[in-house]
Design a protein around this ligand. Sequence first.
Ligand code: FE2
Length: 422
Amino acid sequence: MNAPAAGPLNRIDLIARYREVRDQTEHLCAPLATDDYQIQSVLETSPPKWHLAHVSWFFETFLLAPQVPDYRPFHPRFEYLFNSYYESVGSRHPRAQRGLISRPTVEDVYRYRQHVDDAMLALMHSVPDARWDATAFLATLGLHHEQQHQELLLMDIKHNFAANPLRPAYQRAPSNVSTAVAERLRWIERGGGICEIGHEGSGFAFDNETPRHTVLLRDHALASRPVTNGEYLQFMASGGYGDARYWLADGWAILREKGWEAPLYWEQRDGEWWHMTLNGLRPLNTAEPVCHVSFYEADAYARWAGKRLPLEEELETMLAAEPLEGNFVESGLLHPRPAAAGDGQWYGDVWEWTRSAYSPYPRFVPLAGSLGEYNGKFMANQMVLRGGCCVTPRSHMRESYRNFFYPHDRWPFTGIRLAADR
Ligand SMILES: [Fe+2]
């Protein structure tokens, strides 16, 4: 397999990591009522129950079934119910109908998880040394896959709760919510030249981050922090949503079709802007990074501001020079926070839209077999985002990480960093 190395190849470490990641998924579901597990508010989102089962299906399909000769699937039809998009694995339940599955029950799905955990732990303890590297790679891939779904779980729960007129809170607002004022925006001047981007080395990476290769950077500048709600309000107040000059044609069409007038989750009450958060409906804090904007809105804002969005290579070379620290899921805020003095918010808070199309790097080769469908087949019509957000696990992030969404998507924690040509 042309796989990058797995990262923690040591048996003890990987088993500990397996338990930690699987426990974290269930920890994220702890605030949910049984009724919450069933909701699918729109096509893009999945019910929490489906996420819990699908990540287990991944281990069952790609590790346990092929590697454990006497493995008995928990249920013979779960392969159909919980396959997400793997054509080569077989047919599957339609995505739009995931919310219709009341059986298995939530309790059954937790038993399914336990069944898979028992088998996975037995496999990781018993697999011979000669097969360890291949098993460790697939187990690590399964854990990063589960961490992706941890982020999706929180994104989807937020969307589900926002669809409820009661605007319920997933959690009570932590007491350490910042009331800071965002630092003044500065420009970081960066010289051009030939640079390298992409993953290389012994740590884990997805296939879409490889191979490492050279790129030509031109002289440019990056904003010292993401755009704030207050700055975005100025764009709105100046008629940004009503002026076609700022918008790409596809963006303008969808704005008119959907009636977009503000970022997703914003609503006006008595003349004031509020927005839905995982802590319920809250007054808009103008110092926080703007969040839940589509690529089209990010691009329109940049054009209005006389700037542009960054290229993915501009952000990756910046991320490579910054410590992997920021407001990730571990902070417990589950919401972007205002930039403190000197904090560039390069990692965490909001995924930053780039103007780079999600396409293969030169000489990209997808993983062999069915897992080649993980990333490669999505390399059309989507845009790259960088840096992670406030619901990303820190251990899931790295400088070369390429997230991707459709340009109209707004339910991820997406924000805007400006760039400029020099
Ligand atoms: Fe998945």
